[in-house]
Design a protein around this ligand. Structure first.
Ligand SMILES: [Zn+2]
Length: 256
């Protein structure tokens, strides 16, 4: 069954990733969840975990959002809270959503760090990223082969440089035919872009990377903060795992 369409408001442009509270209307109430007409909560996908937070009624009573996922055109916000508050939710009601910003901003920092690292590794070694995953304060990058000697040291230098000389991050929407004629990003070509994606949302780190992505990113590489690299792990399937960990749990909160 196709549910109502939820506008993915966090996708529009880079500043939209910094919206931490918003108003939206309930369009459906599947068991234990709520569907809104628009949302700034990121639903799990592309290696980035979902946001968490709170949804509040006009009288200030709130329910927790513990998980967010896509279901067809809808975004389901899974709820945890007082039963009497949940019972008062009804289709058409306006709510105020607030994100757990510490968690979301950590994912933004990690996601941009992951793009930068995947791009720098590809630039030198031609190894593409098979999959990337963000969890807690760490990002893992699985590369399609073995990492040459000394590559992690060069990567650590790249990450230091990106912190000391911040590079702006931007988002562009490129019509699909234009993208297909000139796909720009070689490093992301391992998994073909699904045919229905049009336009293509492209995340660019100035002079470092261009990559199709539906995730949320920080405005500059300076906002990532210090990153620690763990020793690379050679996996039995022939891939190599590189792990980046944020050294500081909370960076200075940027203005919305
Ligand atoms: Zn991405």
């Amino acid at each position: 069954m196709r549910g109502p369409v939820t506008e993915l408001a966090y996708l529009a442009d880079l500043p939209s990733a910094y919206v931490r509270s918003f108003r939206a209307r309930i369009t459906a109430l599947p068991p234990g969840s709520v569907v809104l007409d628009r949302t700034y909560f990121y639903p799990t996908g592309g290696g980035q975990p979902s946001d968490q937070g709170t949804l509040r009624l006009a009288d200030g009573s709130g329910v927790g959002v513990v998980d967010v996922r896509k279901s067809g055109p809808s975004v389901l916000h899974r709820l945890r809270g007082a039963a009497d508050t949940v019972r008062r939710l009804e289709v058409g009601l306006e709510l105020e959503g607030s994100l757990d910003w510490e968690r979301r901003h950590r994912h933004m920092r990690l996601h941009t760090a992951q793009h930068l690292a995947s791009a720098r590794i590809f630039e030198r070694t031609r190894l593409r990223t098979v999959r990337a995953n963000l969890a807690g304060a760490a990002a893992t990058i699985d590369l399609e082969g073995r990492l040459p000697e000394g590559e992690l040291l060069r990567l650590a230098e790249d990450l230091r440089d990106a912190a000391e000389h911040p590079r702006p991050v931007s988002i562009r929407w490129i019509p699909r035919p234009e993208w297909d004629a000139n796909p720009i990003s070689e490093r992301s070509g391992l998994v073909p872009l699904p045919a229905q994606i049009d336009p293509v949302r492209v995340v660019e780190i100035a002079a470092r990377d261009v990559c199709p992505c539906g995730g949320t990113h920080v405005r500059t590489t300076g906002e990532i903060g210090p990153v620690r690299l763990s020793p690379a792990i050679d996996r039995t399937d022939g891939t190599t795992r590189v792990t980046l960990t944020l050294e500081t749990s909370a960076s200075t909160t940027p203005p919305a």
